[in-house]
Design a protein around this ligand. Sequence first.
Ligand code: TUI
Length: 309
Amino acid sequence: MNKNPVCELLGIEYPVIQGGMAWIADAQLAAAVSNAGGLGLIAAMNSNGEQLRAQIKEAKKLTNKPFGVNLMLMSPFIDEAVKVVCEEGVSVVTTGAGNPAKYMDQLKAANIKVICVVASVALAVMVERMGASAVIAEGCESGGHVGETTTMALVPQVVDAVNIPVIAAGGIADGRGMAAAYMLGAKAVQMGTRFLTAKECNVHANYKEKVLAAKDRDTIVTGKTLGHPVRALKNRMTREFQKKETDPSTTQEELETMGAGALRRAAIEGDVKYGSCMCGQIAGLVNSENTCEEIITSICNEAAALMGA
Ligand code: TUI
């Protein structure tokens, strides 16, 4: 895996990126992934500017390796977050859940490498033109905010449409998934669900246990009627949400209120019955809590063996 374009671009040892999971991906997780040779990301979604700055400063103390920040474009703090990553000299950001056009020039002017999460060929082509350094083609097997196309179908179509490196995400949690991503033309992988169960991940223990116990059909996508579909583990919350979503008398406001704060309730408070346990379809494969180093080395070794390297 020498001369991997994503490793060269980012100055990392292994082509493995940790997903920027809102309320979950903090400085400690990001630093653990980066110290293990991958690219750790701090999620900016749930932080105002000063909270994000504190997380970046903490990560700088915990690692001298490159790490990044995930900018969730639907976040109420997005303008502050962009300003802070520019001021703090973060080397790379990923963007997700929208079109990053508005922020691209500002980020590039601050010498930040921008890697955009895309769920379509059209957006991949657009962000390449805007100067993105790479794209993450994320299939709808992933957890949290999802597009409509699977990883298997999305990755090769994005690979054919752009000249920048493509990183595959959605449904990848072991060496087989990584090898498959390579066969589709990806040069690296991003994993969320696998790192959610890492030893260094500070998500509430109830949430972690639920992901470790989940099987293949335990996730569901809700929120399509609101325009931001979200994949999470099935529980009382998703059942009630689904019931309301299919009831024509339910208003958008009712649904928005129900969804608000749901991820925080699960990830921070441990309410896995009435919170949103966002998680990918690959959860059924994720059965053990491991260190970030174990996760990264095992997936890369397994993929290399499968590819006959
Ligand atoms: O962003 C994610 N996953 C997320 S963000 C999140 S936080 C949240 N909290 C409460 C409610 C909802 C979300 C949890 N998970 N992944 C990256 C991603 N981006 N997946 C899909 C996309 C995407 C989809 C459509 C990117 C762009 C897009 O189109 C934009 C356009 O205008 O064309």
